[in-house]
Design a protein around this ligand. Structure first.
Ligand SMILES: Nc1nc2c(ncn2[C@@H]2O[C@H](COP(=O)(O)OP(=O)(O)OP(=O)(O)O)[C@@H](O)[C@H]2O)c(=O)[nH]1
Ligand SMILES: [Mg+2]
Length: 427
């Protein structure tokens, strides 16, 4: 093997010399830039030092110097085909890309390797292949996609499960502001996080309904049990807006006591505003054979009570007014303060708009009111207002009414049954 060193200004110059002196099969073993002193060492010029070799054992050297052969090449090991001799197709052409390979003779150590790696990578990505170092990136990308899929499914599961419940509650007119704190404190989410990924959303919705309903019952605490007229209460007044069913409900309560023979009932009406009002209650009183007193002024109350002194239960019917006006509430307060009233039941019709019911309940809150009666449940499918008002004013239910029939359409309220209806189950 013959090895020669060439120091030239330009690579083509070296290639020409190598071909001429070492033949066309000569191999460039290394190239590097060197400073050459010129003119008595007064200044230096940058040149290229080229080491080339020829001979039978050169291919072995070249092979051992190839990347991946265990020896890191310190220089381009290329055949010095010469500048004028373009590589033939297939030999000097990149087999993968079809792009012409860079002329090896002009390859600069380090730069040549980097350039060829970049070219190969660019060619690979043009063909849609992941770059060599991109395998890890691709794996991370796939993992992120999977995490995203899981999160979306979790959010959808949680959202749809809860959405089903909230839609049902909204249909029932339940105020979400009342319910959210209960959902938050229900402990449903943290303890059942694994179920969020359960694809069975209907099951999830049912699970939520049960958990939330249980939570509402718990949060109602002392209101959980309905509180009909207490056995110890003797004077009971029903108040509420116009036409909600006060008089009819009084008739139902009186009738149940008369039929059941439980307590001797007496009636008082304070509704002297409407001409037919007194006659309406008098008709019921006469059918039930119970005494009726009419009280137009607070000062008439003691006399009426005295006349009913042998009665175990005195039910006071009041006039329906626009109780959003404070004046009427004050009037009612004055009238009822003339009697030793044990219980005041606020009667509200479920056919009234929720905000109007709320305004009336707010107005009566100072009376005070002790219990709530909801009427006309038969005329609406929406029962959420009951829950709203109970929660907001912390008042128990006494009765609900479900029609005009006296006395059949009156029931002691059943909270569990009410919640079943509100959550969309069977009554
Ligand atoms: N559908 C239905 N109608 C009822 C119910 N309760 C009462 N009503 C009807 O509602 C109407 C008004 O009933 P009243 O008992 O007069 O109501 P009120 O609250 O005394 O009315 P005012 O004294 O005018 O304020 C009547 O036609 C009753 O038959 C009920 O539970 N369901
Ligand atoms: Mg009436």
């Amino acid at each position: 093997m013959i090895i020669r060193r060439y120091v030239v200004r330009e690579m083509p110059e070296a290639v020409a010399m190598i071909r001429r002196e070492l033949g066309k099969d000569a191999v460039i073993l290394s190239t590097k830039k060197v400073k050459v002193k010129k003119w008595l060492g007064l200044w230096r010029r940058t040149c290229i030092e080229v080491i080339a070799a020829s001979g039978d054992d050169v291919p072995l050297l070249a092979d051992s110097a190839r990347p991946g052969a265990g020896v890191r090449p310190s220089a381009s090991v290329v055949r010095a085909r010469g500048t004028g001799e373009r590589p033939s197709a297939g030999a000097g052409t990149s087999a993968r890309s079809g792009a012409p390979a860079p002329d090896p003779v002009f390859a600069v150590p380090g730069v040549a390797n980097a350039a060829s790696a970049e070219t190969a990578e660019r060619a690979g990505s043009e063909r849609g292949e992941a770059p060599a170092g991109g395998a890890a990136i691709e794996s991370v990308r796939q993992e992120l996609a999977e995490v995203r899929r899981l999160l979306e499914s979790a959010i959808a599961g949680r959202d749809l499960g809860l959405r089903g419940v909230l839609q049902q509650l909204a249909r029932q007119g339940v105020n979400p502001e009342q319910i959210w704190p209960l959902i938050d404190s229900s402990g449903v989410w943290p303890t059942e996080e694994k179920d969020v990924l359960n694809p069975s959303l209907p099951a999830r919705t049912e699970q939520l309904k049960t958990a939330l309903s249980r939570r509402i019952v718990d949060s109602l605490a002392e209101l959980r049990q309905a509180q009909p007229i207490d056995a110890k209460s003797r004077v009971v007044a029903l108040v509420g807006p116009t036409g909600v069913g006060k008089t009819t409900t009084i008739a139902k309560l009186a009738a149940l006591n008369v039929i059941g023979g439980q307590r001797r009932v007496g009636l008082i009406t304070t509704d002297t505003y409407r001409i037919a009002a007194v006659e309406q209650l008098r008709t019921y009183a006469s059918i039930l054979n119970v005494p009726l007193e009419v009280v137009g002024q607070p000062q008439e109350m003691p006399g009426a009570l005295e006349r009913l002194r042998d009665r175990d239960l005195i039910l006071i019917d009041t006039a329906g007014r626009n109780f959003r006006m404070d004046m009427y509430v004050q009037e009612m307060k004055t009238l009822l303060s003339a009697a030793p009233v044990d219980e005041v039941h606020l009667v509200l019709s479920l056919t009234t708009k929720p905000e109007d019911m709320d305004a009336v309940a707010e107005a009566f809150h100072t009376l005070p009111v002790h219990k709530l009666i909801f009427t006309k449940l038969d005329e609406t499918l929406s029962h959420g207002a009951i829950l709203n008002l109970m929660c907001k004013y912390r008042l128990p239910l006494s009765y609900v009414t479900t029609g005009q029939n006296v006395p059949d359409d009156l029931e002691v309220a059943d909270i569990e049954k009410l919640l079943r209806v509100i959550f969309g189950g069977a009554a």
